[in-house]
Design a protein around this ligand. Structure first.
Ligand code: NAD
Length: 256
């Protein structure tokens, strides 16, 4: 009976940034739980690669190209997905970008705006658009991908704009959860530690990674599937009493 709560058969799950990395791992986990997956990604090639990766494991997914910073387009795609599938049960608002290396006093407007536009505005546009359908249906679960950077200040890389965007995601999560709790829609977030994906591979050098690992109680980075299993829990009925939470999956990083 308890394991039944983890099943998501017949449900529809939308994952932004679902073409690779943490997003793709979330797609795989939710598909294995029985959900129909809809990938949203900014880049056609990445969205398609994600769809093909799922197909190889026997999961039939839809893939849509969409920039989550385009609020009108997010609204249209949410309507189109619900029209096509008749429902949306889960949103994983995962799409995000990192641009490290700018000291706060030297941060160009463009860096501040672009990071916050994807990581924060984009999460809200998606929560609002898919949340409306969930509220109408009286059920749904949203999982936003925040970061331990919403709690701590990373070192040695400077990235005030990224850290602030993730703290905002955590508080947005609690705010939406409180508004929607008595209408059947749960909103939670996951705050990962450093995870081995393109995001960390492109910004990191060996010396920086050594500092990260030294600062991590578990002494290692995480893998995308270690975030996906938390997302699956929060998306499924196994977490039916949890809303407004940001679950740290951070290898103990924030303990120190
Ligand atoms: P990634 O770069 O591998 O994947 C991000 C995906 O999002 C890509 O497929 C990209 O095309 C897509 N994307 C980016 N901007 C988009 C936009 N405007 N519209 C639609 N899609 C867009 O990164 P990842 O490591 O898998 O990161 C996923 C999420 O996890 C992000 O929100 C990131 O901030 C967060 N996170 C990552 C780490 C880490 O160490 N990798 C740690 C904490 C939090």
């Amino acid at each position: 009976m308890f394991f039944e709560k983890f099943r998501m058969d017949g449900q529809v799950a939308v994952v932004t940034g679902g073409g690779r990395g943490i997003g793709l791992a979330c797609c795989e986990a939710l598909a294995e739980a029985g959900a129909k997956i809809v990938i949203i990604d900014r880049e056609d090639a990445i969205a398609e690669a994600g769809r093909e990766a799922l197909a190889k494991n026997g999961h039939d997914a839809d893939a849509h190209v969409l920039d989550v910073t385009d609020s009108a387009a997010v609204g249209r795609i949410a309507d189109a997905i619900v029209e096509a599938h008749g429902r949306v049960d889960t949103l994983v608002a995962n799409a995000g970008i990192a641009r490290t290396g700018f000291a706060a006093e030297d941060t160009p407007d463009e860096v501040w705006l672009s990071v916050n536009d994807v990581n924060y505005n984009g999460v809200f546009w998606c929560c609002r658009a898919f949340g409306r359908h969930m509220l109408r249906a009286g059920r749904g679960a949203i999982v936003n991908i925040g970061s331990m950077s919403g709690y701590i200040v990373n070192r040695p890389q400077m990235q005030s704009y990224y850290n602030a965007s993730k703290a905002a995601v955590h508080h947005l999560t609690a705010s939406l959860a409180a508004e929607w709790a008595d209408r059947g829609v749960r909103v939670n977030a996951v705050a990962p530690t450093y995870i081995e994906t393109e995001m960390t591979r492109t910004v990191v050098d060996k010396a920086m990674m050594d500092i990260w690992i030294r600062d991590t109680p578990m002494g290692r980075m995480g893998q995308p599937h270690e975030i996906a299993s938390v997302v699956h829990f929060l998306a499924s009925d196994a977490s039916s009493l949890i809303t407004g939470a940001t679950v740290k999956a951070d290898a103990g990083f924030t303990c120190w």
